[in-house]
Design a protein around this ligand. Structure first.
Ligand SMILES: CC(C)(COP(=O)(O)OP(=O)(O)OC[C@H]1O[C@@H](n2cnc3c(N)ncnc32)[C@H](O)[C@@H]1OP(=O)(O)O)[C@@H](O)C(=O)NCCC(=O)NCCS
Length: 188
């Protein structure tokens, strides 16, 4: 294994097509609630639209130069918070975010055979460093589909908190800040 990390430009996003589609298949294989929702999810319907609606995008690919192949990628972005209230779902309570924009660790995939070797931790740190550059963004989100306990635990070990579930448990929403319930039961 000779692992190289490379930040890529939006124009090169095509490089992530195969692994993005593999991520959707992976998530479907883990899901026990509405797995069929993944049938419409792909590079075309997920990654490209996210890239276009975001204000800033950050993508890192990981190459194994011995095999001459891309073995992992992470995609993070900064978007207006309203992006997360759409026909598909309202991902979080808009009132719980004071600033206009939010950060999101949007897609994350390490190919089988390359997991548990520290690559995910490195990509996670790089993404957080990138998000931290935007001083006016305080809230970061990660959305984990049902059945993916490994990823859920990974993000919690990295300091994220489970906030709530949406779409009848199809997605668990994680945040960088723990949400404290107010007296009226509102999420603050
Ligand atoms: C979840 C995922 C991104 C984690 O990435 P990863 O590369 O496997 O994660 P890491 O190797 O950095 O860390 C996992 C564990 O491996 C071990 N590890 C870390 N560095 C290591 C190293 N250098 N050598 C051996 N083991 C190591 C640790 O036990 C670590 O646990 P920790 O988080 O307590 O440190 C990856 O498993 C994955 O892509 N899964 C499939 C797709 C997926 O679920 N994506 C997320 C969608 S929300």
């Amino acid at each position: 294994m000779n692992i190289l990390y490379e930040e890529i430009d939006e124009k090169e996003i095509e490089l992530c097509r195969e692994l993005c589609n593999e991520l959707m298949i992976f998530q479907k294989s883990k899901a026990y609630i509405k797995p069929e929702l993944f049938d419409d999810m792909s590079f075309e319907t997920r990654l490209l639209p996210s890239l276009q609606s975001a204000i800033h995008n950050y993508t890192v690919i990981v190459k194994d130069s011995n095999e001459n192949e891309i073995v992992a990628y992470v995609y993070a972005n900064i978007s207006p918070k309203e992006t997360y209230s759409n026909d598909f779902a309202t991902f979080f309570d808009m009132e719980s975010v004071k600033k206009s924009n939010v950060g999101c660790l949007s897609q994350f995939y390490i190919k089988e055979g390359y997991r548990d070797a520290g690559i995910g931790s490195r990509l996670f740190s790089k993404s957080m460093e990138w998000l931290n550059r935007f001083k006016d963004v305080e809230d970061y989100f990660i959305y984990v589909s049902n059945g993916n306990h490994n990823a859920l635990e990974f993000y919690q070990r990295k300091g994220f908190y489970v906030s709530h579930q949406i779409l009848d448990g199809f997605i668990t929403v994680l945040r960088n800040k723990q949400q404290i319930k107010g007296r009226e039961g509102d999420i603050k």
